[in-house]
Write a protein that binds this ligand. Sequence first.
Ligand code: ADP
Ligand code: ZN
Ligand code: ZN
Length: 805
Amino acid sequence: MAQIGQIIVDVPTMQTNEPYSYAIPAALAHQVQVGMRVTVPFGRGHRVVSGVVVGLSDDTNFDGDLKPIQSVLDLAPVLDDELQQLAKWLADTTYAFRITCIQTMLPNLLKAQTERQIQPTEPLSADEMQAYFPQGAPRDFDTAKLDEATLAGLLRLQRAGKVEVVYQVTSKAAAKTTTGIKPALPVAKLQEIQATVAKKAPKQAELLGYLQTMAPDKLVAQSQVAHAADVSTAVIATAADKGWVVKQPLEVYRDPFHQPVKPTQPLRLNAEQQTAVDAITSAVDEQRTENFLVEGVTGSGKTEVYLQSMAVALQQHRTALMLVPEIALTPQMVNRVKARFGHQVAVLHSGLSKGEQYDEWRRIDRGEATVVVGARSAVFAPVRNLGIIIMDEEHESSYKQDENPRYHARDVALWRGRYNHCPVVLGSATPSLETRARAAKGLYTRLVLAKRVNDHPLPAVHIVDMREEVKQHSEGDFSQPLLTAIQERLDRQEQMVLMLNRRGYSSFVMCRDCGFVLKCPNCDISLTLHMDTHTMKCHYCGHEEAIPHICPNCHSRKIRYYGTGTQKVETALQKEFPTARILRMDVDSTRRKGAHEKLLRQFGQHQADILLGTQMIAKGLDFPNVTLVGVLNADTALGLPDFRASERTFQLLTQVSGRAGRAEKPGEVFIQTFNPEHYAIELAQQQDYERFFVTEMHMRHQGNYPPYYFAVQLTASHEEEAKAAKAMYQIVGQLQKGLSDNAIILGPTPKAIARVKRKYYYQVVIKYKREPQLKAVLEKIRQAAQIPARHGLTITIDPEPMNFM
Ligand code: ADP
Ligand code: ZN
Ligand code: ZN
């Protein structure tokens, strides 16, 4: 029997990044297992914190008395061996704390919270009880919530040793239950009673009859029994009083899927798809870690390749994990997986309530769900015996988490592929440069789907030069060619998708006399006009204020909004085409849960002619009747100060173009731009990913950017600008000393948006090819950052930054 538990405590500091030893009291000896959460006293004050058992042993290097584990929070381990190793690796590669990584892996409901309570240590006088414990003892002790007099009084009692503060760890995990019923008596007895009540209480007799048909030991939901026996719950309550039935809580899963899905059968694959499936499934068969890049044009049937490869893993009694960028934006994908694999599928994403997440997590943990679909954090699903991992739209930036731990789901997926000896399939029409470059080096096996299924042609893409349009026509959001094309579709009763690269009614308010722009008082960026709430909002911190009618700077009345938003475009569009039915899909129209799905369902049922939306409509939609795609402003993303601006623009235009002409009817795309000669736009027109890859690789080579160089970004933030800057200059000094001359250090620079949520941000970017010392230097910086953290200075290290702004 192990006597010592190695525990990672929930105190995110460097010192606690390695496990602490705790004694296992005899009473808990049979309970404690590796991977369970426990509570332990910590530090000199014996503050009670939660922690995770990462090892058991009989000896320790620690001499002196060990503190004991106080309680065990789980009945079964919540982290298996794989996830524990993964947490360690993650902490190591993302410069995050192990406890932070562990918590990232667990569903929200399992994140234990501590509550402080205060209680008397000896009997208090009646007056004292009345004054300080009016509701009885113990009471919650949250200093922020107590009034001054009470707090002062309690502290006085504490100094006198009459009260103490105790810590209560409240694990929030809660299974959902409903009232369950089972018969309390044997069938013969029930029959007997039924005969006696038959005349005077027919409903009770009916229930007694039904009870005889029930299994003796299985709880059935009370509502279900009431329905089946056709009695009210009052009748069941009476039966319980009389001792005919037993009432007990029955655990139920919260089912996030209310829409039934029609099952589908595997499709007959075309030659390219078959080649891809054969290659992938041979790795599944041989339990071989092999990583694939499925590079398939939009509409080439990548999903069918995923589904049939997953089916092979399931046939071998292994499991499948499929990652998608954002579930809310891709309900069609989830439905396609559910339609093929039915109840085996669990779905994990942040749109679920905490309870729903926890239920899905447990279904996976218990092996009841063998197919997991989910967004970024689903890569940590407790699915065992993985036979295949799929990552759809692998280029999407939402796979990278931009808070600690700053992991990329792709790296985690590859790690799990190695651990489980199974293939990892990265799929995209526009792979990230990094992934495509690795495939070129032979690190990934490249599988190409060059044609759309059934030989449907790719849509014809037209570039509209908006500079000419502005010269010839008035300054509207729609060019003449696009207007003509929309009218044609309306006449033919075909559908179309129009994308605006933005959100809100219009972007910002500007004074036409003095040029004053209304900015957020907390952040350094302009406020956005929202017509739905009639307010100005900050998209970074949420600050909200009234729309100004007089310029605060020069008192002119000519303060107006500029730019274009989806609501404004919708109004203009409706004016051009009064009879057109328009659905608008943007952040504002999809705030409510399930709103995305509803809009898409309406569009799929042809309840609208035009789907007008922001970037969120570019992904994964598959509507056969859509024959026109219009991009209203292709340039917005090009202007960003980021080396990935061209890549993002190319990806977005290609993705959205792919929504057109997916079935029999041919598709057409119009891209409105002020930069028609830009290679990202020209090559998106030709839908030539390979040429874009070559061109962009050349640009990256010239600029010493990834994938030729690795990049690490360090950020310092503080409420005082000078302190953030000073910290960054010190760090640069350390870097220059520690790294070779080949490392390129950019900065320190204030971030493009320098002030967010009342803090100033300074950053440094290190570009390098080989820096054996880098890890050690960064570790040192991280350790040093521990102390300033208490003085309001935050240092973050991002090993693979997605945004350089
Ligand atoms: P992608 O993900 O590559 O854009 P999809 O997987 O969405 O493409 O496939 C596009 C359409 O083609 C879907 O409607 C799909 O059902 C259909 N499809 C895929 N493979 C086949 C096939 N082998 N035979 C017939 N239809 C197919
Ligand atoms: Zn003004
Ligand atoms: Zn703000």
